[in-house]
Design a protein around this ligand. Structure first.
Ligand SMILES: [Zn+2]
Ligand SMILES: [Zn+2]
Length: 365
């Protein structure tokens, strides 16, 4: 199969088009997919750059596996990593022990890998699942992918594979983050979305706009300003330097934002996201696309009796709600461009330069 493989963390050119041996039959709990659409996101960037760590070694290295690669007509073994966790495709084989799926089903990510039946899962603590599979959802930059059935759901009627590929990640994650904040935004609230033109941002913006509140969208890309108004921003804060809390204070008569949805992470938090937070405000992290740590003087938090929270990713119920919002046309899945697998390095570079508005999605012929 054709695949775009990362052999060494680094710049976009490190993603190489190669011929990889087709994956074997699905093992216990797995599905084999013919990939139809595979979206790229900020998580892929930090993984590719080798700056995504989970308490130690870069994930790009720990997740690498031995692959059979065809070079000059000969199969050779090489360690590599096939990125891509926003995968939609057709089931072509079902592994032992899998229920609820059959060959021919069209599926997309539903949530993290969790069993749905352990005590944690059954009490709403899915992120702590006892039976989490070792191998998560990965391998979307290839024609075929083995995926854990736990992490997938059937694509609802009327939604394309291109849209479905990123619903869990780009819509489910901010939706979950907002719900976990303990309160949801209301019509009288001031709401700030940081990194509003990105894949998570443009969907977070549409979700918070449903509240009827005063929605501010912060972006570092000038060309995204008119588009952000179109997708529900009451005001757009264009901030080439990435600093913006003074504009937020001005726009809110000194009150600040009752909700901040931050899709960027440490840099936006330090550059003004936290200072823009109102008394009793809720700061919601839904992404980290760089390696910077968030820093703040602790008293600032307790003076304001504010809350900082975050969501690791949409879970089944969030993805289900996201699909409902799409089906009822209350929000739109924003696709910037669809492209061929061969173009993945170019699109990674564009994503890195923040040129992409919404999601860019690989499509397979
Ligand atoms: Zn479980
Ligand atoms: Zn993602």
């Amino acid at each position: 199969m054709k695949a775009c493989v990362l052999f060494e963390p680094g710049p976009a050119e490190n993603l190489k088009m190669v011929e990889v041996r087709d994956p074997g039959p699905p093992q216990e709990g797995e599905l084999l997919l013919q990939v139809e659409a595979s979206a790229i996101d900020g998580h892929d960037l930090v993984e590719r750059q080798g700056v995504l760590t989970r308490g130690g070694q870069p994930v790009a290295l720990t997740a690498a596996e031995e692959l059979d690669i065809k070079e000059n007509g000969v199969w050779v073994k090489k360690r590599g990593h096939i990125l891509g966790h926003e995968i939609a495709g057709k089931v072509i084989a079902v592994g032992p022990g899998v229920t609820g799926f059959q060959v021919g089903d069209r599926v997309a990510p539903s949530g993290g890998t969790n069993c749905g039946v352990c005590d944690y899962c059954r009490t709403g603590l899915k992120v702590k699942c006892k039976n989490r599979l070792r191998r998560g959802l990965i391998g979307g930059y290839a024609e075929l992918a083995l995926v854990p059935a736990q992490a997938m759901m059937k694509i609802p009627e009327g939604i394309s594979p291109v849209e479905a590929s990123f619903v869990r990640c780009a819509i489910g994650t901010p939706l979950r983050g907002i719900m976990l904040a303990g309160q949801e935004p209301k019509f009288h609230d001031n709401i700030l979305v940081c990194g509003a033109g990105g894949g998570l941002g443009i969907h977070a913006l549409q979700i918070v706009a449903l509240s009827g509140g005063f929605v501010m969208a912060a972006t570092t890309s000038e060309h995204k300003v008119p588009l952000l108004k179109q997708y529900g921003a009451s005001e757009v804060i264009f901030t080439p330097t990435g600093k913006f809390h003074e504009q937020v204070m001005e726009l809110t008569d000194g009150d600040g934002a009752d909700f901040v949805v931050d899709t960027v992470g440490g840099t936006t938090f330090n550059n003004g996201g936290f200072r823009a937070l109102a008394y009793y405000g809720r700061y919601i992290f839904v992404g980290q696309i760089n390696a910077e740590y968030a820093r703040f003087p602790v008293p600032w938090l307790f003076w304001r009796e504010a809350v900082i929270t975050g969501a690791t990713g949409g879970q089944y119920e969030d993805t289900l709600r996201s699909f409902e919002l799409l089906k009822k046309k209350r929000i739109k899945a924003v696709v910037y461009e669809t492209f061929k697998l061969e173009d993945t390095p170019r699109m990674h570079a564009l994503l890195e330069r923040r040129q992409i508005f919404g999601r860019a999605v690989i499509v397979f012929p």
